[in-house]
Design a binder for this molecule. Structure first.
Ligand SMILES: O=C(O)c1ccc(O)c(O)c1
Ligand SMILES: [Mg+2]
Length: 625
């Protein structure tokens, strides 16, 4: 289907926005009046620039506060409209969006609104322009799409139709099913936006928190399916007012937008199902997601393997191999594998989690899916002797490798680790696998990241959480496979706004232990530092839960954190941070599904190194538990 986006959705000048939109492969654009008014380009120049970029101007908007007004005001409004029609002719735009009035001078009179909109449509027609009437969710008299449709029907003019906007419809929690009662030829335009569920004033919500479909909580695909069932085949156009996208780089936002539309079309096709096969024409259906079945490895780039090697040894890992052509070591325990890479450019910054291996039933198909959703694919062969690797870059730059570890049908990446082979069976500890990884995202790429993991890998997003940190608020959202074998926690990085506040771009690897008490004791015996948990935490835990005296004593003694949900219990602890990376050890008891988010504020407070007194030189490290 034809894909469009409103210029309001992106940052920059009108020229920059058009370049970004054209570059991302859109077919059309909605020009926001403000963007034109403030542009140095003439309407003719905008028209030809858009055409050069392969973009049609699908809509000009918004025209406000027109209908249901006293006669004197109507004359002024028509004069205003004539000027806009003239601009539209110069732009080569043939659709004008008129939003329902918010003017206190308007009256609650559908017949009058219909009569005046009819007059507007007559005038518009003389300029080759058609009017798309949109019910704003906060319209003074008209705030519901069916009400707008009643007025349009009453006006009965071929150049007057409705504009449906998913935000205005879904924010009001009205049933979108009745869209199917509107004839396709009367739906002049379809605007699409998602939003997180937030209990707030609807105008404020719309102007600041809209996001691309798939990034929020609305069922936008369900709405699109209703619209397509009418027979509507016009543009699918994104219209997103978002404080962050207004600041982020427009080229990147435009690609994020396109990824959203591709996966929205796929989801809408799914909703239409087999029975509606004929209406699916024109919806893009990318190759299906290949859901990963586990973690193959986590790769840490580090200046030297020494301290991390000691930590892994203390955890019970063994170094089972060294890469044949690169300074990369493979450490294993159970099916948990950690690569230590001392040869990458990133390693200079101290330990960084640079890559993640995901077990894929079909690595080549995983890459095809990622490519169809506009993810950068990484070169397949790294070295002449390496096994071919299928990999893409996640939005934060983390490399995601699609692996089939030690399967007869596919070359295994582990075969490249030919040096100093040792048997993984020599591993001594209780670690069984990687439970999850936590990746800190730049604050302006958070929604992009959750859409990436959802659409490219087919992971399910969980609720967004806000967690207090001593220096700010941390936003966190997990994405996982249904079976929980791949879980990724996405956190937002922020930089504290005062001197001495830390830069929080931390990442961590959570290792599953089948006996966390034994693992904690193993680390203590090895003299390995763990994050110290304050006694106050245990006092509070005892108030919240009665776990029995013995268990409470053990948690306190070993510095373990505790949580539970309706499915089971969760025990966890953390190592101290090295560079940007730390490890977490977790044990899920029963079917616990979370990540111990209630304990994150305790961890965050404990992780901040107290500011060093000036004379003391180096900051104090957190003491071992
Ligand atoms: O926020 C607004 O005023 C506004 C304007 C035009 C639109 O299409 C819309 O959905 C909202
Ligand atoms: Mg709109």
């Amino acid at each position: 289907m034809r894909r469009s986006i409103a210029t309001v959705s992106l940052s920059g000048s009108l020229a920059e926005k058009l370049t970004a939109i054209g570059g991302a492969g859109f077919d059309g654009v909605e020009i926001f009046e403000n963007d034109l008014v403030s542009s140095a380009m003439s309407p003719e120049e905008v028209r030809s620039r858009a055409a050069d970029l392969g973009l049609g101007i699908d809509l000009f908007q918004p025209f406000r506060d027109f209908e249901a007004v006293p006669p004197a005001l109507l004359a002024r409004n028509l004069r205003r409209a004539e000027h806009k029609f003239a601009v539209m002719e110069r732009l080569g735009a043939t659709r004008l969006l008129v939003c329902s009035t918010v003017s206190p001078e308007s009256v609650d009179d559908d017949a009058l609104a219909a009569e005046q909109l009819r007059l507007l449509a007559e005038r518009a027609a003389a300029h080759g322009v058609r009017i798309a009437y949109e019910a704003l969710a906060w319209g003074r008299h008209v705030n519901d799409y069916l009400h707008a449709w009643r007025i349009v029907r009453m006006a009965d003019h071929p150049d007057l139709g409705v504009c449906l906007d998913s935000f205005h419809i879904l924010s009001r929690d009205v049933d979108p099913y009745a869209i199917e009662t509107i004839p396709a030829e009367k739906i002049f335009f379809l605007q699409l936006a998602d939003a997180p569920a937030l209990p707030m004033d609807v105008l404020y919500w719309s102007r600041h928190y809209r996001c691309f479909p798939g990034q929020g909580d609305f069922d936008v695909a369900g709405l699109v399916a209703h619209v397509l069932r009418t027979g509507y085949r016009g543009p699918l156009s994104l219209e997103v007012f978002n404080d962050i996208f207004r600041q982020a780089a427009s080229t990147r936002t435009a690609l994020d937008a396109m990824r959203s539309l591709i996966s929205l079309e796929e989801a809408a096709a799914g909703r239409l199902g087999e029975t509606a096969a004929p209406v699916r024409t024109g919806l893009s259906v990318p190759p299906p997601p290949v859901v990963p079945t586990g973690f193959a490895f986590a790769e840490l780039a580090a200046p030297a393997t020494g301290p991390l090697g000691e930590l892994l040894t203390a955890l019970g890992f063994v170094r089972t191999g060294v890469h044949s052509g690169k300074p990369v070591e493979l450490w294993e325990q159970g099916s948990a594998r950690v690569l230590l890479n001392t040869g990458s450019a990133e390693s200079e910054d101290g330990p960084v989690l640079g890559a993640i291996g995901l077990e894929s039933p079909d690595p080549a198909a995983s890459v095809k899916r990622a490519e169809a959703l506009l993810s950068p694919v990484l070169p397949r062969l790294r070295g002449p002797r390496d096994a071919p690797l299928d990999a893409v870059a996640a939005p934060d730059g983390t490399e995601l490798f699609f692996c089939r570890t030690a399967q007869p049908d596919h070359p295994s990446w582990t075969d490249d680790f030919t040096g100093s082979r040792r048997d993984p069976g020599e591993a001594a500890g209780e670690i069984t696998h990687i439970d999850h990884v936590a990746l800190t995202q730049p604050w302006h790429h958070f929604d992009e990241a959750s859409l990436f993991y959802r659409s490219v890998l087919g992971l399910r997003p969980h609720d967004s959480l806000e967690l207090p940190d001593p220096y700010g608020l941390l936003r966190s959202r997990a994405v996982s496979t249904e079976d929980g074998r791949v879980r990724v926690a996405l956190n937002v990085a922020y930089v504290g706004a005062h001197d001495g506040a830390p830069d929080m771009a931390w990442q961590h690897v959570a290792l599953a232990s089948e006996d966390i008490v034994a693992t904690a004791r193993r680390l203590r015996a090895a003299g390995t530092a763990r994050l110290a948990i304050p006694a106050n935490y245990y006092d509070d835990l005892e108030a919240r839960y009665d776990l029995g005296e013995e268990r409470h004593r053990l948690l306190r003694e070993l510095g373990l954190l505790y949580d539970r949900d309706e499915h089971g219990e969760f025990l966890h602890f953390y190592t101290v941070t090295s560079g940007r990376v730390f490890f977490e050890v977790v044990q899920r008891l029963g079917g616990y599904r979370g990540y111990g988010a209630v304990n994150a504020p305790i961890r965050l407070a404990a992780q901040h190194v107290p500011p060093a007194p000036r004379s003391a030189g180096r900051p104090e490290r957190p003491r071992p538990a």
